[in-house]
Design a protein around this ligand. Structure first.
Ligand code: UN1
Length: 504
């Protein structure tokens, strides 16, 4: 049965007008999950105006009380974890165990931020003058416009929503259309936790209408922070738009995440890590493994074991225990087919067959069941000049290349210009630390996969992966609050900074 979904602005369902859009189950393309009405730019801008109004009251609610609302959100999400995860599995094809992990990430985020309601510390700062005290306060930014991708339809949005709300902001959230039902279900849990109407709004809209609506809201001064998770290409557009309005967004973009495998690495562990980060979530994480950079001494053995592990892995119905299910949506499947054309004659495709899994091109006994299923691909012999080496593919394909020295491995790891996640497998701590120092990524794993960040560590990237902003943990507070400085003079006379201490 499919749901009818509309935007919710100021606590009320928006008019059922708007462009119809159907979110479908990518594992069974004939099954509609939700019938959505997509709003236009004017509606997006109206939502921002309404949020700006609601924000004033919300900011006056004491932060510890806001923290209690965050605690209720965490509780409600926990109580509804199985249902929410099942919906995520049905709508985007994420294996159920992973979907449940994604829901867990929301709970972890709430756990962290409910306590922040009782901290949200400012500072007392000494003055250069007597009888004067300086202070700093964190103040909410105002309204955050949050635009999120559908590969993590509930966890990644919560990384923005939870801290933004805790800090006293209102939010207008524009989720990915193809994950509309999951987003709407999460919205309802947030709303049920006691958020006043209008503090959190959800607007379903396509990319162009969102962009135009955002432009208008930024001009009207009703959006004060943009959070965007998605492709580097769209991130650049959003960054330009925000820059025109003198704003600096929080951008969490793509990755071409390297995994360096040193000659002393535990190869079985490295293969397990490569399998999970290369093919888990069908390679559709921003932290997914892009290229395995393998020392020449262990290259053949690594590739042999990696190919064997991939051949054994189960791909199929995401409700079962599988490595991965279908791709997220038709759009992603089409793009993935294009990425397959990047395979060059000088490459060795280690796995076979490739392409969509169908009755004519099955994987063992699995025929794809009318879903967007694709064979996993390992491509050996990838060189820095290849598109496969430099561009994010967002699908189940991993490139392999070789190196001789650690310096060379670090150079290869940095070459694509992304800088989100990275990993090294080694038993030598010197190599691990040298890699950390040299790699340009915001996140470094040692003897672990490129995926699987925890909810209280800074998450974010550099270069083509983002503008250096960080999410998660206390670091994200700098995205959703601004520092206000205060000075209080109790001397009873006009003391002049710089001038009254000039006699030294
Ligand atoms: C993303 O794909 O946008 O570290 C985020 C990870 C997950 C989050 C991925 N916790 O892989």
């Amino acid at each position: 049965m499919s749901r009818q979904i509309v935007s919710v602005i100021g606590g009320k369902d928006a008019e059922a007008a708007g462009t119809p859009y159907t979110s479908v189950n990518p594992a069974r393309l004939d099954e509609a999950v939700a019938e959505v009405r997509l709003a236009d730019a004017a509606t997006f801008a109206a939502a921002c105006r309404s949020a700006a109004e609601a924000q004033r009251e919300w900011a006056r609610v004491p932060a510890p009380v806001r923290g209690r609302v965050i605690a209720s959100i965490g509780r409600l999400v926990e109580e509804n974890a199985a249902t929410l995860a099942a919906l995520v599995t049905r709508e985007i094809g994420k294996p159920y165990a992973e979907a449940l992990g994604e829901v867990r990430e929301i709970i972890d985020t709430c756990d962290f931020f409910l306590g922040e309601g009782r901290r949200l510390y400012g500072q007392t700062v000494p003055s250069e003058m007597p009888d004067k005290q300086l202070f700093t306060f964190r103040v909410p930014v105002g309204v955050a416009a949050v635009i999120t991708a559908g590969n993590f339809p509930v966890a990644v949005p919560s990384w923005y929503l939870v801290p933004a709300l805790l800090c006293g902001n209102a939010v207008v959230w524009k989720p990915a259309e193809y994950a509309a039902a999951s987003a709407h279900a999460l919205y309802r849990l947030f709303a049920a936790a006691g958020l006043p109407d209008g503090v959190l709004n959800i607007v379903f809209a396509d990319g162009e209408q969102t962009y135009a609506g955002l432009d208008r809201a930024l001009a009207e001064g009703t959006v004060h922070k943009v959070g965007f998770t998605g492709s580097s290409e769209v991130g650049r557009r959003i960054g330009e738009l925000c820059g025109r309005h003198l704003q600096s967004p929080c951008l969490e973009l793509g990755g071409k995440n390297p995994m360096v495998i040193m000659p002393d690495a535990d190869l079985d562990l490295a293969v397990e890590g490569a399998l999970f980060s290369g093919f888990g979530t069908a390679g559709q994480r921003c932290t997914s493994l892009g290229t395995a950079i393998v020392h020449t001494d262990v290259h053949d053995e690594f590739v042999r074991r990696f190919a064997a592990a991939v051949a054994e892995a189960k791909i199929g119905d995401p409700r079962d225990k599988v490595l991965y299910g279908p791709l997220l949506d038709r759009r992603f499947a089409e793009r993935f087919e294009e990425y397959l054309t990047w395979i060059q004659p000088h490459h060795t495709v280690v796995t076979s067959p490739i392409g969509r899994i169908t009755a004519d091109n099955p994987r063992g006994g699995f025929t794809g069941e009318n879903g967007l299923y694709y064979h996993p691909v390992i491509v050996d012999g990838v060189r820095p000049v290849d598109r496969l080496f430099t561009e994010e593919t967002f699908g189940p394909i991993v490139g392999v290349t070789t190196f001789r020295t650690l310096e060379e491995a670090i150079e290869l790891a940095n070459l694509p210009g992304y800088g989100l996640s990275s990993s090294i497998y080694t038993t030598d701590p010197r190599a691990a630390f040298r890699f950390r120092e040299g790699v340009g990524a915001g996140m470094v794993s040692v003897n672990n996969s490129t995926s699987g960040a925890e909810a209280h560590l800074p998450f974010g990237g550099n270069g083509r992966s983002g503008n250096g902003s960080r999410q998660s943990g206390m670091w994200v507070l700098d995205q959703f609050t601004r520092w206000q400085a205060m000075n209080w003079d109790y001397s009873g006379r006009l003391q002049k900074a710089q001038m009254d201490v000039a006699e030294i």
